[in-house]
Design a protein around this ligand. Structure first.
Ligand SMILES: Cc1ncc(COP(=O)(O)O)c(C=O)c1O
Length: 460
Protein backbone atom coordinates (compact mmCIF):
# COMPACT_ATOMS: atom_id res chain seq x y z
CA UNK A 1 0.00 0.00 0.00
CA UNK A 2 1.20 3.48 -0.94
CA UNK A 3 1.38 5.74 2.12
CA UNK A 4 2.55 9.21 2.97
CA UNK A 5 4.09 10.23 6.26
CA UNK A 6 0.80 9.62 8.04
CA UNK A 7 -1.73 6.91 7.53
CA UNK A 8 -4.94 5.86 9.17
CA UNK A 9 -4.58 2.35 7.80
CA UNK A 10 -3.88 0.57 11.06
CA UNK A 11 -3.42 -2.81 9.41
CA UNK A 12 -0.47 -1.28 7.59
CA UNK A 13 0.88 0.02 10.91
CA UNK A 14 0.62 -3.41 12.52
CA UNK A 15 2.32 -5.11 9.57
CA UNK A 16 5.09 -2.51 9.53
CA UNK A 17 5.54 -2.98 13.25
CA UNK A 18 5.81 -6.75 12.78
CA UNK A 19 8.34 -6.25 9.98
CA UNK A 20 10.55 -3.59 11.55
CA UNK A 21 10.03 -2.81 15.22
CA UNK A 22 12.11 -4.49 17.89
CA UNK A 23 9.90 -4.28 20.98
CA UNK A 24 11.43 -3.69 24.40
CA UNK A 25 11.81 -6.63 26.76
CA UNK A 26 10.01 -8.91 24.31
CA UNK A 27 10.58 -12.32 22.82
CA UNK A 28 9.52 -11.88 19.17
CA UNK A 29 8.83 -15.43 18.03
CA UNK A 30 5.16 -15.11 18.98
CA UNK A 31 4.62 -12.26 16.51
CA UNK A 32 5.00 -14.75 13.67
CA UNK A 33 1.55 -16.04 14.61
CA UNK A 34 -0.14 -13.26 16.60
CA UNK A 35 -0.31 -9.55 15.89
CA UNK A 36 1.99 -7.29 17.89
CA UNK A 37 -0.08 -4.95 20.03
CA UNK A 38 -0.13 -1.37 18.83
CA UNK A 39 -1.66 1.20 21.18
CA UNK A 40 -3.28 4.00 19.26
CA UNK A 41 -4.96 6.30 21.72
CA UNK A 42 -5.40 7.00 25.42
CA UNK A 43 -7.86 8.94 27.54
CA UNK A 44 -7.90 9.05 31.33
CA UNK A 45 -7.42 5.49 32.59
CA UNK A 46 -8.04 3.82 29.22
CA UNK A 47 -6.15 2.99 26.04
CA UNK A 48 -7.34 1.71 22.65
CA UNK A 49 -5.45 -0.70 20.40
CA UNK A 50 -5.27 -0.86 16.61
CA UNK A 51 -8.43 -2.97 16.46
CA UNK A 52 -10.33 -0.34 18.43
CA UNK A 53 -10.50 -2.47 21.60
CA UNK A 54 -10.63 -0.45 24.81
CA UNK A 55 -8.56 -1.49 27.85
CA UNK A 56 -8.44 -0.31 31.44
CA UNK A 57 -4.75 0.34 32.11
CA UNK A 58 -3.81 -0.78 35.63
CA UNK A 59 -0.07 -0.26 35.07
CA UNK A 60 0.12 3.38 33.89
CA UNK A 61 1.57 2.76 30.46
CA UNK A 62 3.00 -0.67 31.23
CA UNK A 63 5.88 0.52 33.41
CA UNK A 64 4.32 2.72 36.13
CA UNK A 65 4.73 5.97 34.22
CA UNK A 66 1.53 7.78 33.17
CA UNK A 67 0.71 9.02 36.66
CA UNK A 68 -1.85 11.67 35.71
CA UNK A 69 -3.53 9.56 33.02
CA UNK A 70 -3.81 9.92 29.24
CA UNK A 71 -4.99 12.79 27.06
CA UNK A 72 -4.00 15.71 29.30
CA UNK A 73 -4.35 18.66 26.95
CA UNK A 74 -2.95 21.07 29.57
CA UNK A 75 0.40 19.24 29.51
CA UNK A 76 0.37 19.06 25.72
CA UNK A 77 -0.41 22.78 25.51
CA UNK A 78 2.37 23.67 27.96
CA UNK A 79 4.87 21.59 25.96
CA UNK A 80 3.71 23.05 22.65
CA UNK A 81 3.97 26.64 23.91
CA UNK A 82 7.44 25.98 25.30
CA UNK A 83 8.66 24.28 22.10
CA UNK A 84 7.56 27.23 20.02
CA UNK A 85 9.30 29.66 22.40
CA UNK A 86 12.51 27.66 22.87
CA UNK A 87 12.80 23.91 22.28
CA UNK A 88 16.36 23.40 23.27
CA UNK A 89 19.62 24.69 24.48
CA UNK A 90 22.32 22.60 26.16
CA UNK A 91 22.10 22.20 29.93
CA UNK A 92 25.33 24.20 30.24
CA UNK A 93 22.91 27.16 30.45
CA UNK A 94 19.57 27.63 32.20
CA UNK A 95 16.00 27.71 30.91
CA UNK A 96 12.74 29.17 32.21
CA UNK A 97 10.92 25.83 32.75
CA UNK A 98 14.12 24.27 34.13
CA UNK A 99 14.36 26.94 36.85
CA UNK A 100 10.67 26.98 37.64
CA UNK A 101 10.34 23.21 37.92
CA UNK A 102 13.47 22.98 40.13
CA UNK A 103 11.97 25.60 42.47
CA UNK A 104 8.62 23.81 42.75
CA UNK A 105 10.20 20.39 43.12
CA UNK A 106 12.70 21.39 45.80
CA UNK A 107 9.92 23.06 47.81
CA UNK A 108 8.61 19.49 48.28
CA UNK A 109 12.02 18.07 49.24
CA UNK A 110 13.29 19.74 52.43
CA UNK A 111 17.05 19.39 52.89
CA UNK A 112 17.76 19.07 49.16
CA UNK A 113 18.67 22.00 46.99
CA UNK A 114 20.28 21.09 43.64
CA UNK A 115 18.76 19.62 40.49
CA UNK A 116 20.60 17.99 37.55
CA UNK A 117 18.51 17.21 34.46
CA UNK A 118 18.89 14.24 32.12
CA UNK A 119 16.43 12.03 30.28
CA UNK A 120 16.04 8.52 31.68
CA UNK A 121 15.98 6.85 35.06
CA UNK A 122 19.14 4.90 34.23
CA UNK A 123 20.94 8.08 33.32
CA UNK A 124 19.80 9.89 36.48
CA UNK A 125 21.21 7.01 38.54
CA UNK A 126 24.49 6.98 36.61
CA UNK A 127 24.91 10.68 37.40
CA UNK A 128 24.91 9.79 41.10
CA UNK A 129 27.39 6.96 40.55
CA UNK A 130 29.69 9.39 38.72
CA UNK A 131 29.35 12.03 41.44
CA UNK A 132 30.16 9.44 44.12
CA UNK A 133 33.18 8.17 42.18
CA UNK A 134 34.43 11.73 41.64
CA UNK A 135 34.00 12.57 45.34
CA UNK A 136 36.05 9.45 46.14
CA UNK A 137 38.83 10.72 43.90
CA UNK A 138 38.65 14.29 45.15
CA UNK A 139 38.49 13.49 48.88
CA UNK A 140 39.61 9.92 49.54
CA UNK A 141 42.38 9.19 47.03
CA UNK A 142 39.92 7.08 44.99
CA UNK A 143 39.42 4.61 47.84
CA UNK A 144 35.83 5.30 48.92
CA UNK A 145 34.48 4.42 45.48
CA UNK A 146 32.32 1.32 46.02
CA UNK A 147 28.55 1.58 45.76
CA UNK A 148 26.24 -0.84 47.54
CA UNK A 149 22.97 -1.97 45.95
CA UNK A 150 20.30 -4.37 47.19
CA UNK A 151 19.19 -7.80 46.11
CA UNK A 152 15.87 -7.52 44.12
CA UNK A 153 16.25 -3.78 43.35
CA UNK A 154 16.64 -2.43 39.81
CA UNK A 155 18.29 0.83 38.80
CA UNK A 156 18.47 0.81 35.03
CA UNK A 157 19.42 -0.75 31.76
CA UNK A 158 22.90 0.57 30.94
CA UNK A 159 25.86 -1.69 31.65
CA UNK A 160 26.78 0.25 34.79
CA UNK A 161 23.28 0.52 36.20
CA UNK A 162 22.89 -3.21 35.44
CA UNK A 163 26.01 -3.65 37.57
CA UNK A 164 23.78 -2.48 40.43
CA UNK A 165 20.96 -4.82 39.52
CA UNK A 166 19.69 -7.00 42.33
CA UNK A 167 17.71 -8.83 39.64
CA UNK A 168 20.14 -11.33 38.11
CA UNK A 169 18.01 -12.11 35.05
CA UNK A 170 18.27 -8.48 33.94
CA UNK A 171 22.07 -8.50 34.08
CA UNK A 172 22.73 -12.07 32.86
CA UNK A 173 24.62 -12.34 29.52
CA UNK A 174 25.49 -8.62 29.48
CA UNK A 175 28.75 -8.95 31.38
CA UNK A 176 31.46 -8.26 32.05
CA UNK A 177 29.80 -5.66 34.23
CA UNK A 178 31.36 -2.59 35.81
CA UNK A 179 33.47 -3.35 38.90
CA UNK A 180 33.07 -1.63 42.27
CA UNK A 181 29.41 -2.47 43.05
CA UNK A 182 28.50 -4.77 45.93
CA UNK A 183 25.15 -6.41 46.76
CA UNK A 184 23.41 -6.29 50.15
CA UNK A 185 20.50 -8.58 51.18
CA UNK A 186 16.84 -7.83 50.39
CA UNK A 187 14.27 -6.70 52.98
CA UNK A 188 11.22 -8.76 51.98
CA UNK A 189 9.78 -9.99 55.27
CA UNK A 190 7.58 -12.57 53.55
CA UNK A 191 10.83 -14.30 52.57
CA UNK A 192 12.48 -13.69 55.95
CA UNK A 193 16.20 -14.59 55.99
CA UNK A 194 16.50 -13.95 59.76
CA UNK A 195 13.71 -16.00 61.38
CA UNK A 196 15.31 -15.70 64.81
CA UNK A 197 15.51 -11.92 64.77
CA UNK A 198 13.24 -10.01 67.14
CA UNK A 199 12.68 -7.20 64.64
CA UNK A 200 12.94 -8.06 60.95
CA UNK A 201 13.38 -4.44 59.80
CA UNK A 202 16.36 -3.88 62.08
CA UNK A 203 17.88 -7.24 61.17
CA UNK A 204 17.55 -6.50 57.44
CA UNK A 205 19.21 -3.10 57.90
CA UNK A 206 21.93 -4.59 60.10
CA UNK A 207 22.69 -7.01 57.28
CA UNK A 208 23.76 -3.95 55.26
CA UNK A 209 26.09 -2.95 58.09
CA UNK A 210 27.62 -6.43 58.01
CA UNK A 211 28.46 -5.98 54.31
CA UNK A 212 29.95 -2.55 55.04
CA UNK A 213 32.18 -4.02 57.74
CA UNK A 214 33.19 -6.91 55.48
CA UNK A 215 34.14 -4.62 52.59
CA UNK A 216 35.63 -1.90 54.81
CA UNK A 217 33.68 1.35 55.36
CA UNK A 218 36.64 3.32 53.99
CA UNK A 219 35.99 1.73 50.56
CA UNK A 220 32.26 2.50 50.35
CA UNK A 221 30.98 5.81 49.00
CA UNK A 222 27.23 5.25 48.66
CA UNK A 223 24.26 2.96 49.10
CA UNK A 224 21.49 2.96 46.47
CA UNK A 225 18.02 1.66 47.36
CA UNK A 226 14.49 1.85 46.00
CA UNK A 227 12.11 3.20 48.68
CA UNK A 228 9.62 0.50 47.75
CA UNK A 229 11.14 -2.09 45.42
CA UNK A 230 9.18 -2.17 42.16
CA UNK A 231 10.07 -4.82 39.55
CA UNK A 232 11.75 -7.04 42.15
CA UNK A 233 8.38 -7.89 43.71
CA UNK A 234 6.69 -4.69 45.01
CA UNK A 235 8.50 -4.86 48.34
CA UNK A 236 7.34 -2.46 51.03
CA UNK A 237 10.09 -1.96 53.61
CA UNK A 238 9.61 -3.49 57.07
CA UNK A 239 9.09 -1.29 60.15
CA UNK A 240 12.21 0.41 61.45
CA UNK A 241 14.25 -0.43 58.32
CA UNK A 242 14.71 2.98 56.78
CA UNK A 243 15.52 4.78 60.01
CA UNK A 244 18.21 2.19 60.81
CA UNK A 245 19.58 2.38 57.24
CA UNK A 246 19.89 6.16 57.60
CA UNK A 247 21.78 5.74 60.91
CA UNK A 248 24.17 3.20 59.39
CA UNK A 249 24.96 5.46 56.43
CA UNK A 250 25.65 8.41 58.75
CA UNK A 251 27.85 6.23 61.00
CA UNK A 252 30.16 5.20 58.14
CA UNK A 253 30.03 8.43 56.10
CA UNK A 254 28.19 6.68 53.26
CA UNK A 255 25.98 8.77 50.97
CA UNK A 256 22.38 7.55 50.78
CA UNK A 257 20.94 7.49 47.25
CA UNK A 258 17.21 6.80 46.98
CA UNK A 259 15.99 5.73 43.54
CA UNK A 260 12.49 7.21 43.23
CA UNK A 261 12.23 6.46 39.50
CA UNK A 262 9.00 4.54 40.15
CA UNK A 263 7.80 6.02 43.47
CA UNK A 264 8.56 9.62 42.53
CA UNK A 265 5.77 12.12 42.28
CA UNK A 266 2.85 10.68 44.07
CA UNK A 267 2.72 6.97 43.33
CA UNK A 268 2.88 5.93 47.02
CA UNK A 269 0.56 8.68 48.36
CA UNK A 270 3.31 11.16 49.23
CA UNK A 271 5.40 13.14 46.76
CA UNK A 272 8.25 10.69 47.31
CA UNK A 273 8.43 7.22 48.80
CA UNK A 274 11.19 8.13 51.28
CA UNK A 275 8.91 10.75 52.82
CA UNK A 276 6.90 8.00 54.55
CA UNK A 277 9.91 7.21 56.73
CA UNK A 278 11.05 10.57 58.15
CA UNK A 279 14.52 10.46 56.62
CA UNK A 280 16.54 12.82 54.41
CA UNK A 281 18.66 11.25 51.66
CA UNK A 282 21.82 12.66 50.06
CA UNK A 283 20.63 11.91 46.52
CA UNK A 284 17.19 11.32 45.03
CA UNK A 285 16.67 10.25 41.42
CA UNK A 286 13.35 10.30 39.57
CA UNK A 287 12.03 9.89 36.04
CA UNK A 288 8.84 8.06 35.05
CA UNK A 289 6.12 9.98 36.90
CA UNK A 290 7.93 13.34 36.74
CA UNK A 291 6.16 14.23 33.50
CA UNK A 292 3.92 11.13 33.26
CA UNK A 293 5.52 10.20 29.92
CA UNK A 294 4.38 13.40 28.16
CA UNK A 295 8.07 14.22 27.67
CA UNK A 296 11.32 12.45 28.53
CA UNK A 297 12.85 13.89 31.67
CA UNK A 298 14.82 12.57 34.62
CA UNK A 299 16.18 14.43 37.60
CA UNK A 300 19.05 13.86 39.99
CA UNK A 301 18.57 15.87 43.18
CA UNK A 302 21.18 16.39 45.87
CA UNK A 303 22.20 18.54 48.83
CA UNK A 304 24.17 21.76 48.94
CA UNK A 305 26.88 19.85 50.82
CA UNK A 306 27.43 17.51 47.87
CA UNK A 307 27.16 20.35 45.36
CA UNK A 308 29.77 22.41 47.23
CA UNK A 309 32.31 19.60 46.85
CA UNK A 310 32.33 20.28 43.11
CA UNK A 311 33.33 23.92 43.36
CA UNK A 312 36.03 23.88 45.99
CA UNK A 313 38.99 24.43 43.65
CA UNK A 314 37.91 26.69 40.79
CA UNK A 315 41.48 26.88 39.48
CA UNK A 316 41.58 23.13 38.94
CA UNK A 317 40.07 22.30 35.50
CA UNK A 318 39.15 18.80 36.74
CA UNK A 319 37.38 19.94 39.90
CA UNK A 320 33.79 20.33 38.71
CA UNK A 321 31.26 17.68 37.60
CA UNK A 322 32.38 17.10 34.01
CA UNK A 323 29.19 15.51 32.75
CA UNK A 324 26.71 16.42 30.03
CA UNK A 325 23.42 14.99 28.86
CA UNK A 326 22.43 16.38 25.46
CA UNK A 327 18.71 15.85 25.90
CA UNK A 328 18.86 17.03 29.51
CA UNK A 329 18.63 20.42 27.79
CA UNK A 330 15.24 19.73 26.16
CA UNK A 331 12.81 22.25 27.59
CA UNK A 332 9.79 20.01 26.91
CA UNK A 333 10.73 17.90 29.96
CA UNK A 334 10.51 20.56 32.68
CA UNK A 335 7.59 22.27 30.91
CA UNK A 336 5.65 18.99 31.01
CA UNK A 337 6.80 18.33 34.58
CA UNK A 338 5.47 21.70 35.76
CA UNK A 339 2.06 21.04 34.23
CA UNK A 340 2.09 17.47 35.58
CA UNK A 341 2.81 18.65 39.12
CA UNK A 342 0.07 21.30 38.87
CA UNK A 343 -2.46 18.60 37.98
CA UNK A 344 -1.44 16.48 40.97
CA UNK A 345 -1.88 19.52 43.24
CA UNK A 346 -5.04 21.01 41.68
CA UNK A 347 -6.86 17.68 41.60
CA UNK A 348 -5.74 16.57 45.07
CA UNK A 349 -4.32 13.38 43.62
CA UNK A 350 -2.18 12.47 46.63
CA UNK A 351 -5.37 12.16 48.69
CA UNK A 352 -6.91 10.08 45.93
CA UNK A 353 -3.87 7.78 45.87
CA UNK A 354 -4.21 7.17 49.61
CA UNK A 355 -7.94 6.46 49.39
CA UNK A 356 -7.80 4.33 46.24
CA UNK A 357 -4.60 2.59 47.37
CA UNK A 358 -6.38 1.53 50.56
CA UNK A 359 -9.31 0.25 48.48
CA UNK A 360 -6.98 -1.69 46.20
CA UNK A 361 -5.13 -3.32 49.10
CA UNK A 362 -8.44 -4.23 50.77
CA UNK A 363 -9.64 -5.74 47.50
CA UNK A 364 -6.47 -7.79 47.09
CA UNK A 365 -6.64 -8.95 50.72
CA UNK A 366 -10.19 -10.17 50.11
CA UNK A 367 -8.91 -12.11 47.08
CA UNK A 368 -6.24 -13.61 49.33
CA UNK A 369 -8.99 -14.87 51.65
CA UNK A 370 -10.66 -16.51 48.67
CA UNK A 371 -7.71 -17.79 46.59
CA UNK A 372 -5.09 -20.10 48.15
CA UNK A 373 -2.60 -19.13 45.46
CA UNK A 374 -2.11 -15.62 46.86
CA UNK A 375 0.69 -15.89 49.39
CA UNK A 376 1.24 -12.22 50.18
CA UNK A 377 -0.29 -8.86 49.35
CA UNK A 378 1.93 -5.77 49.56
CA UNK A 379 1.78 -2.14 48.59
CA UNK A 380 1.86 1.54 49.35
CA UNK A 381 -0.58 3.91 47.68
CA UNK A 382 -1.43 2.96 44.12
CA UNK A 383 1.58 0.68 43.91
CA UNK A 384 0.58 -2.85 44.87
CA UNK A 385 1.58 -6.45 44.33
CA UNK A 386 0.20 -9.92 45.02
CA UNK A 387 2.78 -12.70 45.29
CA UNK A 388 1.46 -16.01 43.96
CA UNK A 389 2.55 -19.31 45.49
CA UNK A 390 1.81 -22.92 44.64
CA UNK A 391 1.78 -23.83 48.36
CA UNK A 392 0.90 -21.39 51.13
CA UNK A 393 2.65 -23.43 53.81
CA UNK A 394 6.01 -23.79 52.08
CA UNK A 395 5.62 -20.51 50.15
CA UNK A 396 6.82 -22.31 47.01
CA UNK A 397 6.69 -19.60 44.32
CA UNK A 398 4.09 -20.10 41.59
CA UNK A 399 5.70 -20.98 38.25
CA UNK A 400 5.91 -17.87 36.11
CA UNK A 401 3.98 -19.51 33.26
CA UNK A 402 0.97 -19.74 35.61
CA UNK A 403 1.41 -16.14 36.72
CA UNK A 404 1.56 -15.13 33.05
CA UNK A 405 -1.65 -17.12 32.47
CA UNK A 406 -3.36 -14.98 35.15
CA UNK A 407 -2.14 -11.78 33.47
CA UNK A 408 -3.46 -13.12 30.14
CA UNK A 409 -6.87 -13.94 31.64
CA UNK A 410 -7.09 -10.43 33.09
CA UNK A 411 -6.14 -9.05 29.67
CA UNK A 412 -8.89 -11.14 28.09
CA UNK A 413 -11.27 -9.07 30.26
CA UNK A 414 -9.77 -5.88 28.76
CA UNK A 415 -7.77 -4.95 31.84
CA UNK A 416 -3.98 -4.57 31.64
CA UNK A 417 -1.94 -5.63 34.68
CA UNK A 418 1.74 -6.58 35.01
CA UNK A 419 3.94 -9.18 36.67
CA UNK A 420 7.55 -9.34 37.81
CA UNK A 421 9.35 -10.14 34.64
CA UNK A 422 12.87 -11.43 33.85
CA UNK A 423 13.82 -10.41 37.32
CA UNK A 424 14.81 -13.26 39.65
CA UNK A 425 14.91 -16.88 38.52
CA UNK A 426 12.12 -18.76 40.27
CA UNK A 427 10.65 -15.56 41.69
CA UNK A 428 8.94 -13.97 38.70
CA UNK A 429 5.71 -14.62 40.59
CA UNK A 430 4.22 -11.28 41.68
CA UNK A 431 1.26 -9.59 40.00
CA UNK A 432 1.99 -5.84 39.73
CA UNK A 433 -0.55 -3.03 39.84
CA UNK A 434 0.11 0.67 39.42
CA UNK A 435 -3.00 2.41 38.06
CA UNK A 436 -2.83 6.13 37.37
CA UNK A 437 -3.25 8.42 40.37
CA UNK A 438 -6.68 9.45 39.01
CA UNK A 439 -8.16 5.96 39.46
CA UNK A 440 -11.76 5.89 40.66
CA UNK A 441 -13.52 3.39 42.95
CA UNK A 442 -15.11 1.85 39.87
CA UNK A 443 -11.69 1.42 38.21
CA UNK A 444 -10.24 -0.23 41.33
CA UNK A 445 -13.21 -2.57 41.68
CA UNK A 446 -12.99 -3.50 38.00
CA UNK A 447 -9.30 -4.38 38.40
CA UNK A 448 -9.93 -6.52 41.51
CA UNK A 449 -12.89 -8.29 39.88
CA UNK A 450 -10.87 -9.06 36.76
CA UNK A 451 -8.10 -10.61 38.87
CA UNK A 452 -10.66 -12.59 40.86
CA UNK A 453 -12.17 -14.05 37.68
CA UNK A 454 -8.72 -14.73 36.19
CA UNK A 455 -7.52 -16.57 39.32
CA UNK A 456 -10.63 -18.74 39.23
CA UNK A 457 -10.14 -19.49 35.54
CA UNK A 458 -6.48 -20.45 35.96
CA UNK A 459 -6.58 -22.22 39.34
CA UNK A 460 -10.24 -23.20 39.69
C1 LIG B 1 13.50 1.75 40.22
C2 LIG B 1 13.96 2.01 38.81
N1 LIG B 1 15.08 2.72 38.61
C3 LIG B 1 15.53 3.00 37.38
C4 LIG B 1 14.87 2.57 36.27
C5 LIG B 1 15.41 2.87 34.90
O1 LIG B 1 14.67 3.87 34.28
P1 LIG B 1 14.74 4.05 32.70
O2 LIG B 1 14.09 2.87 32.08
O3 LIG B 1 14.00 5.35 32.47
O4 LIG B 1 16.17 4.19 32.32
C6 LIG B 1 13.68 1.84 36.41
C7 LIG B 1 12.92 1.37 35.23
O5 LIG B 1 12.01 0.59 35.29
C8 LIG B 1 13.22 1.53 37.72
O6 LIG B 1 12.11 0.79 37.91
Amino acid sequence: MESGFYTNDLEHIVETDRAHIWHHLSSHKKYETVDPMVIVEGKGMHVWDAKGTKYLDAVSGGVWTVNVGYGRTEIADAVRDQLVKLNYFAGTVGSIPGSLFAEKLLAKMPGLSRVYYSNSGSEANEKVYKMVRQIAHKKYGGKKHKILFRERDYHGTTITTLSTSGQPERAAQYGPLTPGFVEVPHCLEYRNQYPDAENYGIAAADAIEAVILREGPETIGALVLEPVTAGGGVITPPDGYWQRVREICAKYDILLHIDEVVCGLGRTGKWFGYQHYGITPDFVTMAKGVASGYAAISVTVTTEKVFEMFKENPDDPMDYFRDVSTFGGCTAGPAAALANMKIIEDEGLLDNVNAMGARLITGLESLKDKHECIGDVRGKGLFCGAELVSDRETKEPMHESKVAAVVAEVFAQKVIIGMTNRSLTGFNNTLCLSPALIATKENIDEIVTAIDIALTRVFG
